[in-house]
Design a protein around this ligand. Structure first.
Ligand SMILES: Cc1cc2nc3c(=O)[nH]c(=O)nc-3n(C[C@H](O)[C@H](O)[C@H](O)COP(=O)(O)OP(=O)(O)OC[C@H]3O[C@@H](n4cnc5c(N)ncnc54)[C@H](O)[C@@H]3O)c2cc1C
Ligand code: FES
Ligand code: FES
Length: 478
């Protein structure tokens, strides 16, 4: 039995916990405002808000209900466009009307839900953030400018929002219906009832489902699953003794929200915003990205270059019975892992960069946002100054995606760079080593030759970005 609150109504459903929320909303609960578009997390027509109690506070995130298993919304509050309706248009709906942000209307519920998430967020909403909130919503009619104007207007209207208690503020200022104020107590009551926890049965390990529900959509609805979303042991980002330890169940937006991580890796935000969209970053876990073993997984390529170690355990609450493995040793062949099916990635850890460390990530895709990479690459260099005052590479880790059957840690290239000075000769010679180390194939994202060329450009881009005073593209490609 799965118990959750849908808008203002408590739902108790015996449906298989692998059923996607979208089907429950539309076909069991007969709420047709949430639309079915792609069913692959791409269009945002099915976006809902999911609220849960975290450290005594109600936190809402936008998610695509077409990829969201019932198992992942147990004990939570789900808000569809119907749940935002009041006796009048909400300021969010009114802004879309005023700015002509809707034409055929198919995408509009998704935009209304995503923008209403701005009312509930615990951060100040700038026009930039309001526009970012709809980065997972596609509109075929408007050309987006009218929607951007509506988002800007909403951000202006939310300028005085109380970020300490956005729910009460939004209800009192007519942005949300009054029942929202009752949700925290009702969620606490649900959590006290028995049967909320998963029975611990064995099955496919389920993180956010953003890979599984795209790849195995039909079988997920009836096969055995083991949802990991409620394991507190898999959550949290801890920084201690110059090490960063990230729970395997953290999602990309947890990394974005971590002030501690931001202080140590300020460039991370730029990289993470190149990955998927806000709702998918709210759902897809770090461990899911690593274990999915996609040759172009963005987080995987980044964590490979950070020289990360993963912890594998069969029970997340008993990680002491697990083992450590270098991430680079996880990949044995196409989708072939040094991992038993029931081993769970509990944490990912890496040494934090110091002042001598330089890190960079590059991704080429057909669109800047909401697109997977054709080729991606990351680099971590530890630099030290030698007796003559030149920069020497003390340690190097280079990774690349889209150029081999697995996300590739470039062992030979990394080893070649160590002990060499940072100059043109080193970079050009290292690229020759790299070219021998990769085996791209031709597919829908480009020919093998094109991918080789992309990798070369990304490798050069790392050095141009990290040592702008030393390298120009003209010099590197001459
Ligand atoms: C629209 C869209 C856009 C996307 N864009 C990008 C992108 O730009 N870049 C990118 O890299 N990816 C992208 N993805 C892919 C996906 O979002 C990520 O790979 C995500 O990190 C997967 O995590 P998940 O928790 O959803 O995995 P799931 O689908 O839950 O699981 C994936 C695999 O990991 C296993 N697994 C999950 N958690 C664990 C665990 N803790 N321990 C062991 N095994 C586990 C599962 O059994 C399964 O085999 C996109 C996906 C969608 C739908
Ligand atoms: S239906 Fe397109 S994102 Fe869900
Ligand atoms: S208004 Fe038609 S798809 Fe957006």
């Amino acid at each position: 039995m799965t118990r959750f609150i849908l808008n203002d109504v408590l739902i108790e459903t015996p449906a298989h916990e692998g059923t996607v929320l979208l089907d429950v909303i539309r076909y069991h609960q007969h709420l047709p405002g949430t639309k079915v578009g792609c069913r692959e997390g791409d269009c945002g027509a099915c976006t809902v808000l999911v609220g849960e109690m975290e450290e005594g506070r109600l936190v809402y995130r936008s998610m695509t209900s077409c990829l969201l298993a019932l198992a992942n919304i147990r004990g939570k509050h789900v808000v569809t466009v119907e749940g935002l309706n009041m006796g009048h248009l909400s300021p969010v709906q009114q802004a879309l009307v005023d700015e002509n942000g809707t034409q055929c209307g198919f995408c509009t519920p998704g935009f209304v839900v995503s923008l209403s998430g701005c009312c509930l967020s615990r951060e100040m909403v700038t026009p930039e953030r309001a526009i970012r909130a709809v980065d997972g919503n596609i509109c075929r009619c408007t050309g987006y400018k009218s929607i951007e104007r509506a988002a800007t207007s909403i951000a202006q209207q939310l300028a005085t929002k109380n970020t300490g208690d956005p729910v009460t503020w939004s209800v009192e200022h007519g942005f949300l219906p009054a029942y929202f104020k009752t949700i925290p107590d009702r969620l606490k009551a649900i959590r006290k009832q028995p049967g909320l926890e998963h029975d611990g049965s064995v099955g496919t390990l389920l993180g956010g489902g953003t890979d599984l529900y795209v790849q195995k959509h039909d079988s997920m609805h009836h096969s055995a699953i083991r949802p990991l979303g409620r394991s507190n042991e898999l959550k949290g980002i801890r920084i201690a003794s110059e090490q960063c330890v990230i729970g395997g169940g953290c999602v990309a937006n947890d990394l974005l929200a971590s002030e501690e991580l931001h202080a140590r890796l300020p460039q991370l935000e730029e990289y993470l915003l190149l990955i998927s969209s806000t709702p998918i970053r709210n759902m897809g876990t770090v461990a899911g990205n690593l274990v999915n073993a996609s040759p172009i997984g963005d987080l995987t390529v980044l964590f490979l270059a950070l020289d990360s170690t993963i912890r594998l355990a069969k029970a997340p609450d008993r990680p002491e019975h697990g083992r450590n493995l270098k991430l680079r040793d996880l990949y044995k062949g196409y989708k072939l892992l040094d991992k038993a099916p029931d081993e769970i990635v509990t944490t990912i850890s890496f040494n934090l960069p110091d002042k001598q460390t330089r890190i960079h990530f590059e991704k080429v895709s057909k669109r800047t946002h909401l697109d997977i990479a054709s080729v991606n690459s990351a680099i971590r260099l530890e630099i030290s100054r030698d007796a003559t005052g030149s920069d020497m590479i003390r340690e190097a880790h280079v990774s690349a995606g889209g150029v081999a059957p697995v996300p590739k840690y470039l062992t030979n290239t990394s080893a070649f760079l160590v002990g060499r000075s940072v100059d043109l000769e080193t970079v050009r010679a290292a690229y020759q080593v790299m070219a021998e180390e990769v085996t791209p194939i031709s597919d829908a994202r480009g020919t093998a030759e094109y991918k080789r060329l992309l990798l070369r450009q990304l490798f050069f881009a790392h050095f141009m970005h990290l040592f702008p005073e030393r390298f120009t593209l003209k010099q590197l490609v001459a």
